[in-house]
Design a protein around this ligand. Structure first.
Ligand code: ZN
Length: 342
């Protein structure tokens, strides 16, 4: 692995058409049964080879085995009815068809551990595995049982911690919790969101990361971003609390974002996943552009603490565009390393 500036992605990659319908969130699977299981394994192999060829150092499964980064995990739990879904507004932004919590939530069996074991067995590189964050989970379902988001999130946090421990035992090097809800419910984040996140990450022997973001480049998000004004300062409220938390790594979108980069200074001491790839456009960054983003981040965070990354998941993009963006990311990180003599 690269000695400094190890490149990684924040999560998802587009799925092949033989696995699921293209460029669509919650896309239905194209196969079923053993054919689907085999196709998922093949898709994981393909995205691993794509990441390795692009010079990505910390690899992921690109979420090839899950339909959605939150609901697929929830569907692995008891106490949840996903046969009869409900439509709710999530992130205060858009309607989504989500599972319903109808009783105490429990994890009767591991959800992703088999997937993680396969992923680790298929690559020599360190593996990152994404789990949804507890607050985002509580925001991506219809709760008809607890009636209290904090309590529900704490239940999820305990479940996530149990899952994460087994993922680490399966060979995972980095566990990343995805918490886009942290940019929406600012008061709840400070009141209990970060505590729930720390509960989920408690005593894990791997690197722990949190990916907070302004979402995929889908239309509902683009419209929402237009309401946030010229500067997106939500992180100004959360970063000081995250800086004193037990989480090792925090992500920040930099490429073409309206997030003032000096907010990185609020993360004192943390590793930072610096988003150097815009996920809301098909334009392919050049390695030089990626390098320039890394250099901008280095004004606030030492290179030793930077992890070049994508702004968010690449799932809404075409496979060709996603692959080209991966290459730009790997090449940009390599360019900075060589210029630094690292
Ligand atoms: Zn994201």
């Amino acid at each position: 692995m690269s000695s400094i500036l190890p490149a990684t992605i924040s999560g998802s990659l587009p799925k092949p058409a033989w696995l699921a319908h293209r460029q669509q969130l919650w896309a239905p699977w194209a196969l079923a049964g053993e054919d689907l299981a085999e196709a998922k394994r093949d898709a994981v192999r393909v995205v691993l080879r794509d990441q390795e060829a692009a010079g990505i150092d910390i690899v992921t499964d690109g979420e090839q085995t899950r339909q959605h980064f939150v609901t697929t995990f929830i569907e692995g739990l008891d106490g949840v009815d996903f046969a009869t879904r409900a439509t709710v507004k999530i992130r205060q932004r858009y309607d989504a068809s989500v599972p319903r919590v109808v009783g105490p939530v429990t994890r009767p069996r591991p959800v992703y551990v088999e997937d993680a074991r396969f992923l680790v067995s298929e690559t020599d590189r360190p593996v990152k595995f994404q789990l949804p964050g507890p607050m985002t989970m509580a925001d991506t379902l219809a709760d008809e049982y607890y009636g209290d988001r904090e309590r529900l999130a704490m239940e999820f946090a305990a479940i996530l911690n149990a899952e994460a421990r087994e993922l680490v035992a399966a060979g995972v090097s980095v566990i990343q919790f995805d918490e886009p809800a942290f940019n929406v419910y600012m008061e709840d984040v400070k009141a209990w969101g970060i505590s729930a996140l720390e509960r989920a990450a408690a005593d894990l022997s791997c690197t722990t990361a949190v990916h907070i973001c302004y979402g995929y480049g889908i239309e509902a998000n683009i419209k929402w971003k237009e309401t946030l004004g010229p500067e997106w300062r939500q992180y100004e409220e959360t970063f000081p609390a995250l800086a004193t938390s037990a989480i090792d790594q925090v992500s920040l979108e930099v490429a073409h974002s309206h997030v003032p980069i000096e907010l990185l200074g609020l993360l004192g001491g943390k590793d930072v996943m610096v988003g150097a790839i815009d996920v809301a456009t098909d334009d392919i960054e050049t390695p030089e552009e990626v390098a320039a983003t890394i250099y901008r981040a280095m004004e606030y965070v030492p290179a030793e603490n930077l992890v070049p990354s994508t702004n968010c998941g690449l799932v809404p993009l075409s496979r060709d565009v996603a692959r080209a963006k991966l290459k730009a990311l790997g090449a940009g990180a390599a360019l900075v390393r060589s210029e630094l003599g690292a």
